[in-house]
Design a binder for this molecule. Structure first.
Ligand code: OKP
Ligand code: ZN
Length: 343
């Protein structure tokens, strides 16, 4: 199994985030990727090779050009405004405000292109998020070349990012970019299964009106957990996309049995859709020790999740999403992948 990761992804190195009403130490930190990389490299089946640069075009198949350009320009705009440190938005269009004009002022632009105040933006964010998306594209390309499975160690993560907004530590939607690339290279149908503690709102929104990409997500009930405003079971897709979106919200405190049952239900839908490829947005923030999450899966539960995901029996790309218990992160991911490979 090929592992894709670029050290440029470590350049996004925020010190603080806004959480619980104050500036606290950031949890989405470079060390996360280092821990996962080191643990995966210890698996004998993993190989890591230099990766290709696919350019901005495949990113622009998912994200608006103006949004990509804003992220690329942010560092210069922030410095020009005489500001230092991380950027945070603080004003957003309310329900009946206008969104058809992009404000000139940087604070207006930040609100226009985001949906939360919890996601620090730095002058290095664009480069790291671009490199993260490239890892996903390399992982997709490996499947197109015949690999049965590949692992894109994406970080910053992607599943909360929509076509023209960032949030939830996510800037480019790596899983969506990979799925779109698979379609553009000839795949008829692609499934994206989001197995992260949080709902993949960005991925859902990107494909909500489409029949060619099926989206499924298991996650903490948005009534009680971030991102709060999307991820309910009655969101089924619209137009051509109706019947191709599946949400499995679960209560806080969920343990392995209930999470695995929901994953099993998702796998049954994937099986009847019969995709050419499966993209798994994988976050191990369902771990009991995760500092921002409230599911109760243990280290011992991880291999069975990997083994269960293998039963999809479709060429599979793993795209890394969340997981913030930094010291346990590497071994949690590696043992889940080991379970997948053994399955
Ligand atoms: C990103 B991914 C808790 C603040 C939570 C947002 C969480 C984003 C999770 N006080 N901030 O899905 O793992
Ligand atoms: Zn998450």
């Amino acid at each position: 199994m090929q592992l894709f990761f670029s050290p440029t992804q470590l350049d996004h190195d925020p010190k603080k985030e806004i959480s619980d009403g104050k500036l606290v130490d950031a949890v989405e930190v470079p060390k996360r990727a280092e821990m996962i990389f080191d643990a995966l490299m210890k698996l004998p089946q993993i190989e890591h090779k230099p990766q290709q640069d696919f350019g901005r075009d495949p990113i622009a198949q998912v994200h608006d050009r103006a949004y990509i350009d804003f992220l690329a320009a942010f560092g210069a705009l922030w410095a020009e405004a005489g500001r230092s440190g991380e950027g945070f938005p603080f004003v957003w269009p309310g329900r009946d405000f206008r969104t058809d004009r992009v404000p000139n002022h940087l604070d207006g632009k930040l609100g226009h292109y985001s949906f939360d105040a919890g996601t620090p933006l730095t002058d290095k964010t664009f480069g790291a998020a671009y490199a993260s998306a490239q890892s996903a594209l390399n992982g997709a390309s490996a499947l197109l070349h015949g690999d049965q499975a590949s692992f894109a160690l994406c970080r910053p993560p992607g599943h909360h990012a929509g076509k023209d907004y960032y949030g939830g530590y996510c800037f480019f939607n790596n899983a969506a970019i990979a799925a779109q690339y698979l379609r553009d290279q000839g795949a008829q149908r692609v499934s994206i299964f989001d197995v992260d503690y949080h709902h993949g709102n960005g991925t859902q929104s990107i494909f909500y009106d489409r029949a060619d990409v099926q989206f499924l997500s298991v996650h903490a009930d948005p009534m009680d957990e971030y991102p709060y405003f999307l991820g309910h079971a009655d969101e089924k897709g619209v137009g051509q996309g109706h019947g191709h979106n599946f949400n499995y919200p679960l209560p806080l405190g969920t343990t392995a049995d209930a999470l695995m049952a929901a994953i099993g239900a998702g796998l049954a839908e994937i099986n009847s859709y019969a995709p050419d490829y499966l993209v798994i947005s994988l976050g191990v923030d369902f771990f009991e020790g995760d500092p921002i999450s409230q599911f109760k899966l243990t280290y011992a539960d991880m291999p069975a999740i990997g083994t269960l995901l293998k039963t999809a029996n479709v060429p599979t790309l793993f795209v890394m999403e969340g997981g913030y218990a930094v010291d346990d992160l590497g071994r949690n991911v590696a043992t889940l992948i080991d379970g997948f490979l053994a399955g």
